[in-house]
Write a protein that binds this ligand. Structure first.
Ligand SMILES: Nc1ncnc2c1ncn2[C@@H]1O[C@H](COP(=O)(O)OP(=O)(O)O)[C@@H](O)[C@H]1O
Ligand SMILES: [Mg+2]
Length: 335
């Protein structure tokens, strides 16, 4: 988001330099901060939840936020705006929106599409009140092709590859699967996947019912949004996604996994910029795909005892750990 990107790209370090630590100064004992008194902007937030306020007050606060126009993120069609003092919400406003700010209202009726997209209310046909999702998009609009933009993306990829636990990958795969169950597809681009280095959450923020894709693959969708290229992060990230998916195959009943809509090939058909085209080891990619297909086929049409499937998943994970998560680039070959 631009809020973070402003900080990330700010080279003008006018921050006060902290005083050296003095052991003689005794620190007062502070009561732990309650979560709802902490704001991501550093300001003290209002402890009342925005949605608990009367409608006219909510509208007034949102109008003011739109007027202040503190942009925290931008996509092709919309911008996300901060709401001062209410850090758990933001406003998504379509750039081409025709509705005048004065005409905002509050409509709490939500459809399944809104719920998937973190919308909590409609302020106008082109303005939504949303839950604020903490994190940095992998593609920061206006900076994505700059040297510093690429560095930010690679630093995030490195964090995701090396530090994020299986749980984070399981959760984001679940998010894509549950949306698909409702007929809604993730718009699989970097600006739509927020990476939170603090909570280690990966969250998709932009889903659409308009893609109408017959087939999908949650692993490919997230891999596509993370957009790792030839680096060592690519096999690690794919490995973690595959292990998380295998774990879901073990834990979740087949009917909840959309297996009939699953495209078991990783490559997105007709996608020129498909990051799988840049995967550093083609044979390894094919082998992983084949092994995963076997696992999915067994889940769809079980031939083994339950323990047999558990063992299959274990073997799959061992392969992934050895070959993808611990992937080492072959030494440079001279010719
Ligand atoms: N709920 C949210 N929480 C935090 N940031 C958001 C949220 N929704 C959108 N953003 C930010 O705004 C940008 C644009 O939002 P998005 O809904 O993806 O618009 P578009 O339809 O133009 O792609 C995102 O890339 C993200 O940086
Ligand atoms: Mg978007």
């Amino acid at each position: 988001m631009l809020l973070q990107s402003v900080n990330l790209f700010n080279t003008n370090n006018n921050y006060p330099v902290s005083k050296p630590y003095s052991p003689r100064v005794s620190c007062p004992k502070l009561a732990p901060l309650k979560q709802d008194t902490v704001s991501f902007s550093g300001a003290i937030s209002k402890s009342v939840d925005l949605l608990d306020l009367p409608a006219d007050k909510i509208i007034k606060i949102c109008k003011k936020a739109i007027k202040d126009n503190f942009v925290i993120g931008e996509g092709q069609e919309a911008i996300a705006i901060k709401i001062p003092d209410y850090p758990y919400y933001c406003i998504r406003h379509e750039k081409k929106g025709k509705q005048k700010t004065k005409q905002l209202g509050l409509d709490m009726k939500l459809d399944k599409y809104d719920k998937v997209n973190h919308v909590v209310a409609h302020l106008s046909p082109d303005t939504q009140l949303m839950r604020y999702i903490p994190g940095i998009p992998l593609k920061i609009m206006h900076h994505s092709d700059t040297t510093s933009g690429i560095k930010v993306k690679q630093a995030l990829q490195e964090l995701v590859a090396n530090n994020f636990p299986e749980e984070s990958f399981k959760n984001v795969l679940k998010q894509v699967e549950e949306a698909k169950e409702k007929g809604i597809d993730f718009d699989r681009f970097g600006e739509n996947l927020l990476v939170d280095p603090i909570s280690q959450n990966l969250t998709c923020i932009d889903f659409s019912p308009n893609f109408k894709m017959e087939e999908y693959n949650p692993i490919s969708f997230i891999y596509h949004a993370i957009d790792a290229d030839k680096t060592e992060h690519a096999p690690k990230i794919l490995g973690k996604l595959c292990n998380a998916y295998a774990q879901r195959l073990l834990e979740v009943p087949a009917k909840k996994l959309n297996l009939d809509k699953l495209d078991t090939t990783f490559h997105a058909r007709g996608f020129e910029g498909d990051p799988f085209n840049y995967f550093p080891d083609r044979n390894l990619l094919k082998e992983t795909e084949t092994r995963l297909k076997e696992l999915i086929a067994e889940k769809q049409n079980p031939t083994l005892h339950e323990n047999g499937f558990e063992y299959m998943v274990e073997m799959f994970k061992e392969f992934i750990e050895e070959n993808l998560i611990n992937y080492k680039k072959p030494p440079y070959e001279f010719f």
